[in-house]
Write a protein that binds this ligand. Structure first.
Ligand SMILES: Cc1cc2nc3c(=O)[nH]c(=O)nc-3n(C[C@H](O)[C@H](O)[C@H](O)COP(=O)(O)O)c2cc1C
Length: 177
């Protein structure tokens, strides 16, 4: 016997990424966890952003963003970029982060300090309700030495991933199966 509850989304956990948008001169970062893998060939991800976020317009207009993967030690950056708005503060400056070009993207900057960055070009935008969903092709991966491997696939370093679940931050551990 189960209890029927009101509908809401519970497909846990949600990965935490730092979305870079705007330009190198006027950059912004928004923390997003409504982020996911949606296709392997071409490689595509999705991110859902509310229209009232300062970051919405730059992504909508430029059709570009970067998905910078934070490490568990970056939790203060994640919290800051998830509570402050680019309308009021330059998050890069406030956090001492460096916006640099993310080729082949034309405008969206990546965070130099992040070890794994996906360069994303928007393919579709759909109005869902509270959020706009962008699907985007990953057109390049920028990987620091820490994450580089001989294969074209970066080291995922699962022990460094941050996931969001029920309003709290969590890490991952491997199941020995
Ligand atoms: C862990 C976490 C996950 C978040 N995920 C999203 C998300 O997926 N989409 C979204 O629109 N806002 C999300 N937010 C809220 C934005 O990050 C927050 O409103 C931010 O201040 C917006 O910045 P901006 O106005 O500079 O765009 C999240 C916040 C946190 C802390």
């Amino acid at each position: 016997m189960k209890t029927q509850l009101l509908p809401s989304v519970h497909s846990y956990p949600a990965p935490v990424v730092l979305i870079g948008c705007g330009t190198v001169e006027e950059p912004n970062i928004i923390t997003c966890s409504w982020f996911g893998t949606v296709c392997s060939e071409p490689p595509m991800v999705s991110v859902s952003i509310r229209k009232n976020r300062y970051s919405y317009k730059p992504v909508h207009i430029s059709g570009e963003f970067t998905a910078n993967l934070p490490r568990s030690t970056d939790i203060e950056v994640v919290k800051y970029c998830g509570t402050k708005s680019g309308r009021d503060v330059d998050k890069f400056e406030a956090l001492g982060l460096t916006p640099i070009p993310c080729p082949p993207l034309k405008s969206a900057p990546m965070i130099a300090e992040c070890q794994l960055v996906l360069a994303c070009k928007v393919k579709h935008e759909l109005e869902l309700g509270t959020h706009q969903i962008f699907t985007a092709e990953v057109v390049a991966i920028h990987c620091g030495e820490e994450r580089a491997r001989k294969s074209q696939r970066p080291d995922p370093k699962p022990e460094e991933q941050i996931v969001y679940l029920d309003g709290k931050y969590w890490g991952l551990h491997r199941l020995e199966v």
